[in-house]
Ligand binder design. Structure first.
Ligand SMILES: NC(=O)c1ccc[n+]([C@@H]2O[C@H](COP(=O)([O-])OP(=O)(O)OC[C@H]3O[C@@H](n4cnc5c(N)ncnc54)[C@H](OP(=O)(O)O)[C@@H]3O)[C@@H](O)[C@H]2O)c1
Length: 238
């Protein structure tokens, strides 16, 4: 029988920032495609409840504490993830927004945003890539960027700078890791979501939102993104 090129059966995926928003959604979609999912973030209680939900639906999930700003925490999380098999899919999703005009951005805010959005992607991506290279079976790494990695918006200078750097880092990773059969891809949406979609992007006045109708509203947007993110890891995307 022909193998289903869209199946992730038997693969293990680690999703950072799986305790809310897009990460939670990506983890569910990956599980529905057959992957064992390692749910990683700082809020373990939220991860455990998602893991229970996935297991109740017939999937395999493991909740692990991970702080992407802490190198020791990253290593410990990957060691624990091994219980579900070697991680061959990484979704580098953990991220935080900025919220100040450029002249009002403090050193602390700047560093905090870069520490998660850029340093975290580097750190978790490097740990995953080293293990994938050692394992020899290849893999896929998706770095969650943003439309703001390609453009700008007021009060988001730190965020936009971090995401632009993620896009650049992704290209370097892709270039160097291709020889080890590791695909590295950025992820972004070509139109913007309804701004009330997730925790990081609280509701804003309608005048500050991009029109949700461009992407069909909140539910349709999330489903579309999840499928896209999932498809990029399947053999069909090779
Ligand atoms: N929502 C959008 O409109 C949109 C659009 C384009 C791109 N994105 C990107 O998509 C990703 C997810 O965004 P979201 O909107 O879903 O945000 P969210 O709901 O706030 O989720 C952010 C996640 O990141 C995790 N996180 C934050 N700091 C962390 C740290 N130090 N270590 C580990 N995990 C950490 C949080 O988990 P804990 O607090 O439990 O650690 C949380 O699960 C981000 O990279 C964001 O930039 C979002």
């Amino acid at each position: 029988m022909r193998e289903n090129p869209f199946s992730l059966q038997g693969r293990t995926a680690l999703v950072t920032g799986a305790s809310s928003g897009l990460g939670r959604h990506f983890a569910s979609v990956l599980s529905k495609a057959g992957a064992n999912v390692v749910l990683a973030a700082r809020r373990l209680d939220r991860l455990q409840s998602l893991a229970a939900q996935i297991e109740a639906e017939g999937g395999k999930a493991l909740a692990v504490t991970l702080d992407v700003t802490d190198p020791a925490s990253v290593k410990t999380a990957f060691d624990a993830a091994g219980a579900l098999g070697p991680v061959t899919i990484l979704v580098n999703n953990a991220g935080v927004p900025s919220g100040s005009f450029f002249t009002k951005t403090s050193e602390e805010e700047w560093r905090a945003v870069l520490a998660v959005n850029l340093d975290g992607v580097f750190r978790v991506g490097q740990e995953a890539a080293r293990r994938m290279v050692a394992n020899g079976a290849g893999g896929s790494i998706i770095n969650i960027a943003s439309i703001l990695g390609f453009g700008v918006s007021k009060t988001l200078s730190a965020y936009a700078a971090s995401k632009a750097a993620v896009v650049s880092l992704t290209k370097s990773m892709a270039l160097e890791l291709a020889r080890d059969k590791i695909r590295v891809m950025p992820w972004r949406r070509v139109t913007s979501p309804p701004r009330s979609t997730t925790h990081s992007w609280p509701a804003r006045p309608a005048s500050a939102c991009w029109p949700a109708c461009r992407c069909g509203g909140r539910a349709r947007w999330r489903n579309w993104m999840g499928r896209c993110c999932c498809w990029r890891r399947t053999p069909a995307a090779s």
